[in-house]
Design a protein around this ligand. Structure first.
Ligand code: RBF
Length: 175
């Protein structure tokens, strides 16, 4: 991949953040039991930015789309922070593992590690946050843990598959 000019980079990050914000509006719950967890494909744009430009730019896309979505629609700071955390703990390990060799095998291993890391971290974060958010005892939250794990595993597996399919074509644009 050729080195990007700063102008190309900034313009692309802007476009990706805008697209990601739009995609966030498509959010929908996967499991009725945990309908506060909503799938949206916006993290794919941040992951693409991570593959093309690097981890700081992926985080920038996450911050911009979450900030815009918070202002434009959600107004729920807890949900936005959890969305950010989930994206962060998926994208950072995925890119770090991919970088070991930058081939298809490390890419796929990256997705697997990313899905496992974010599923584990989000289980812990939900155990801490949900009792306060829903004002329910910790014992109640334990019942939701399998749903929370399944939600994150499915969400980020979908993102991985879509990213694996489109990444090559998108990166060609920047060659
Ligand atoms: N999003 C995730 O991708 N994974 C999570 O584990 C997760 N946990 C959440 C827990 C709570 C209490 C809330 C309010 C939101 C959570 N979210 C999570 C974010 C949610 O799916 C959605 O993206 C945001 O609420 C924005 O509408």
């Amino acid at each position: 991949m050729k080195k990007q000019t700063t102008a190309t980079r900034i313009a692309t990050i802007g476009i990706m953040s805008a697209l990601a914000t739009g995609l966030m509006f498509l959010e929908f719950p996967i499991f009725p039991a945990v309908n506060f967890l909503k799938y949206d494909p916006s993290d794919i744009l941040a992951l693409l930015a991570g593959f093309i430009f690097g981890i700081p730019d992926a985080i920038l896309v996450l911050i911009i789309k979450d900030l815009l979505f918070y202002i434009l629609k959600s107004g729920d700071i807890v949900g936005i922070l959890m969305n950010f955390a989930a994206g962060f703990f998926f994208i950072v390990p995925t890119i770090l593992v991919y970088r070991i060799r930058k081939n298809r095998a490390t890419e796929i291993l990256g997705y697997v590690v990313g899905v496992l890391v974010t599923t584990g971290v989000m289980l812990v974060l939900n155990m801490i946050v949900v009792p306060f958010y829903w004002k329910i005892p910790f014992a109640e939250v334990v019942k939701f843990l399998p749903w929370i794990a399944a939600f994150n595993a499915i969400k980020f597996s979908i993102d991985s598959i879509v990213n694996a399919l489109v990444r090559g074509r998108i990166e060609k644009i920047f060659e």
